[in-house]
Write a protein of this length. Structure first.
Length: 272
């Protein structure tokens, strides 16, 4: 069953440490998650007093490889994420963000941090945050979506518009969240749980789209190959490991919570 994520910003008490107070990143300096996600620590309003005239405002945008903003993700696909902090006449900006599933576990994977951005881990939760104060408020990273059947993804972000006067007053704090639903199979061929095997005289190449187990048998039922595989992994099975002639390839996905996750079977011919 697909998981549904209800987005909610978790308000915290004011007894906390701020983002820009840790100008190299609050996860890097304090080992704290202050993204506003469920289970995160207190927010930043003690060191960044509320009511500032800087008026911080956060936005999260997710773009596919064509540069189009998306409201749903395709499992295993790669996206560009922009975390933007704006404010009125702020001298600098900082942020911290994460992406999680409905059960609070990490959703997908961050990589390729942009300028003034770093990747951190706090108690197994992946974090993307500023590595130094930004004058633009534009922070970027690449995000690879989770595997098929993961359900809704929530991005949570805390941002600071700061006056950089090394004090606790005059800065502005904001929190925001974005929910992406998992796309469905309607008209999307990419949702096949494993691509059609490619057969050459050198062997078979396999590309699963979700975690599972691949097994290969000859026509008499004798198993010649089996192993656990991972989403978007490329597996090359050399012809020397296989019998010539007809081979039966079976892929059993690890996640069979939905009917589309049923095992798939192909018949291929290994050339002599």
């Amino acid at each position: 069953m697909k998981h549904t994520l209800v987005i909610a910003i978790f308000c915290a008490t004011i007894f906390s440490i701020g983002l820009i107070s840790s100008s190299s990143g609050v996860a890097e300096v304090q080992n704290q998650d202050r993204t506003g996600a469920p289970g995160s620590a207190q927010d930043c309003t003690l060191c960044h007093e509320t009511g500032s005239t800087l008026n911080a405002s956060n936005s999260i945008y997710v773009f596919n490889t064509n540069g189009d903003e998306v409201e749903a993700y395709i499992p295993g696909e790669t996206y560009d994420v922009n975390f933007i902090v704006s404010g009125d006449n702020a001298a600098g900006y900082g942020f911290q963000a994460t992406s999680i599933l409905a059960d609070g576990s990490n959703a997908g994977e961050f990589s390729n941090p942009g300028d003034a951005v770093q990747l951190e881990v706090v108690e197994d939760r992946h974090i993307v945050e500023h590595s130094t104060t930004s004058t633009t408020g534009i922070f970027t990273a690449t995000w690879t979506a989770p595997e098929l059947g993961s359900g809704d993804v929530g991005f949570f972000m805390a941002g600071i518009a700061a006056n950089l006067q090394d004090g606790n007053f005059g800065d502005s704090h904001d929190e925001t969240a974005l929910s992406l639903s998992e796309g469905n199979n309607d008209g999307i061929e990419e949702y096949a749980i494993m691509a059609q095997p490619i057969v050459t005289s050198y062997g078979v190449t396999l590309n699963p789209k979700t975690d599972g187990t691949i097994s290969i048998y000859d026509i008499s039922g004798r198993q010649s190959f089996t192993r656990e595989v991972y989403s978007n992994e490329t597996i090359n099975v050399e012809s020397s490991q296989l019998s010539r002639g007809i081979q039966i390839i079976n892929f059993t996905p690890r996640n069979q919570r939905r009917s589309k996750f049923a095992p798939q079977t192909w018949r291929v011919v290994i050339p002599s």
